[in-house]
Design a protein around this ligand. Structure first.
Ligand code: FAD
Length: 537
């Protein structure tokens, strides 16, 4: 049979013909075992027609048989390949150790599966997904090999394109200076870039995506699901983030875009299901924020300097007018006494007194005209934490140069109150400047300034406390009087600072006092009503 087979193999292409010649009548036979019963010719027809390239070789890979699909895939006709080695198909690009592994496997009676680079008869290279199985004879030794392969060039190329696209997307994402993350509809991180990964350690808030998603959802409320439903993006959502132990304050701007992707898993093969994803970009805008804040502080400084100058002139003139009223009243009283006496001897004195009174009144009137007007400030909802923060920034240089330790303890969610931003800034600036002055003049070892905000159902509280020498009990009421100063040489406002501070507090229907229970320095306690409108200036 072996002798015959060679002759037939050289002249026949059809396996049926070969077998028929080798074993006449075999097709009438039936194959039967526990897995079923089929005619032999069905096996043969199956191998002939199966849509996978099949070749049967001897132990040295010399081709004995090829099926229809082999002819189609390789381009070779049977007469081209029968009796040739399978190496005929090799493109000579496959590394030697792949063949070594192939032969080592199949000669150990095992099945080898792998990919080889083959060459089509007309020169085109293709990627073959190949399985080679040894066929054993009755003695259990290898008699033949069967090779089955498919041309997987197209699927390999599209898989490679997919991988390349993914790599390209990843490298574009990684090159971006912005942190980017793709989140699925169960808030799982699907893809992220280097900058996003850096946020994980920089922020110390667990998964940064979850942290920012919570901030966004809390802030946007129903708008979040509305935008998600319409697949409309959002941007410029800015958040302040305190890093590890409140050491640093960072600012981030978030933007997001939803997109739909068709599912690729088997479950979605018949039902075209899709999944929604969110691309979240997180930009560190701390530098820009700081820059804006610096500009804002600069503007505030200019505004406040001008305001302070106007107020200083105003308070000084008002104070002077107040001081003049006392002798004027005495002169008026003296004049009335003299007039009552109707004494001609004092007519000259009466005349002088009248003239003094008149020139005094003229001086007061002139002063009155010189009092600069303060423009009415708009009343707007104000967050006192923000105002105090700005004032601390304004005073930063002074505090730092005097080595004063600042404890700023704001209530995290302080409600807004209606007031005049600028006036309140002046109020707190005055109190903080007073504290700095008191601390710098004292020789106490620990120099600290502590500012807190708090609230209850009706009031907002601000406490400004310094560890300076404090104000003696007997002088506490007087410091709110015009032209009273505990300082020997007087300050900028010549004892009008606290008068002005009190005036601002009263205009906001608030209350200011020096805490009588505090004896380790000076503590000003200020309270403002939460829900009452303030009267205009
Ligand atoms: P070769 O000199 O043929 O062999 C290279 C190395 O393979 C040798 O160094 C040795 O380690 C090992 N080797 C070769 N022959 C034997 C052997 N008889 N016993 C033990 N080790 C041996 N190759 C393809 O490139 N494409 C195919 O589609 C393909 N299909 C095959 C199908 C079957 C059923 C079989 C049995 C082999 C098939 N081969 C195929 C392998 C092929 O026979 C060659 O081994 C391979 O192409 C390398 O050819 P070569 O001329 O470069 O080197």
């Amino acid at each position: 049979m072996k002798k015959n087979s060679l002759r037939f193999l050289q002249t026949h292409t059809s396996m049926a013909n070969v077998i028929d010649e080798l074993a006449p009548g075999v097709f009438e036979e039936v194959y039967k075992d526990e897995r079923g019963v089929v005619p032999y010719n069905l096996f043969v027809e199956t191998v002939e027609q199966v849509p996978i390239a099949i070749s049967i070789t001897d132990k040295k890979a010399k081709i004995l048989y090829v099926n229809e699909e082999f002819i189609r895939v390789t381009g070779y006709q049977p007469e081209d390949v029968l009796g040739q080695n399978e190496s005929l198909l090799s493109d000579k690009r496959t590394p030697r150790d792949v063949y070594h592994d192939l032969w080592h496997t199949i000669s150990s009676k095992k099945v080898w599966h792998g990919k080889l680079c083959n060459r089509h008869k007309f020169g085109r290279r293709y990627l073959a997904d190949l399985t080679i199985a040894p066929i054993l004879n009755e003695q259990g030794t290898i008699a033949y090999y069967i090779g089955m392969h498919r041309d997987i060039t197209e699927s390999y190329e599209s898989e490679k394109i997919g991988i390349n696209q993914k790599l390209l997307i990843e490298s574009v994402l990684n090159a971006s200076p912005i942190a980017m993350v793709v989140i699925d509809n169960e808030d799982r991180v699907i893809l992220d870039n280097h900058n996003y990964k850096a946020l994980v350690s920089d922020l110390d808030k667990g998964e940064p995506a979850h942290y920012f998603l919570k901030l966004l959802r809390d802030e946007m409320g129903d708008l979040w699901s509305e935008l998600q439903g319409k697949e409309q993006g959002f941007n410029n959502r800015e958040y302040k983030v305190e890093t590890k132990g409140g050491q640093h304050t960072l600012w981030f701007s978030c933007a997001g875009n939803w997109f739909i992707e068709n599912e690729v898993n088997v479950d979605a093969f018949f039902e075209n299901t899709s999944k929604q994803y969110l691309i979240l970009t997180i930009t560190d805008i701390t530098r820009q924020r700081k820059h804006i804040e610096e500009l804002h502080i600069q503007t505030l400084k200019t505004m406040m300097a001008e305001d302070e100058r106007v107020r200083s002139i105003r308070e000084t003139l008002l104070g002077a007018m107040h001081q003049i009223h006392l002798p004027m009243n005495q002169i008026r009283a003296a004049e009335q006494i003299l007039r009552h006496k109707r004494d001609d001897q004092n007519a000259g004195l009466l005349q002088i007194l009248q003239e003094i009174q008149q020139s005094g009144e003229e001086a007061v009137a002139t002063m009155q005209k010189c009092i600069p007007e303060i423009l009415q400030a708009a009343l707007i909802p104000i967050n006192l934490n923000q105002i105090l923060h700005e004032v601390l920034l304004l005073s930063h240089q002074k505090l730092w140069s005097h080595g004063i330790d600042v404890h700023w303890v704001p209530l995290s969610s302080l409600p807004k109150m209606l007031g005049s931003e600028n006036r309140l800034r002046i109020l707190f600036k005055q109190l903080i400047d007073n504290a700095i002055e008191a601390l710098s003049g004292s020789d106490c070892q620990e120099q600290h300034l502590r500012i807190t905000t708090d609230q209850d159902a009706d009031l907002i509280y601000v406490s400004i406390e310094d560890s300076g020498p404090g104000i003696p009990v007997e002088k506490r009421a007087k410091v709110f009087e015009p032209f009273y100063s505990t300082r020997s040489k007087g300050g900028n406002q010549a004892g009008m600072g606290l008068v002005m501070a009190k005036e601002i507090v009263i205009q906001h229907q608030g209350f200011i006092e020096i805490d009588p229970s505090f004896d380790q320095g000076c503590r000003f306690k200020i309270s403002f009503p939460l829900r009452r409108h303030v009267s205009k200036e």
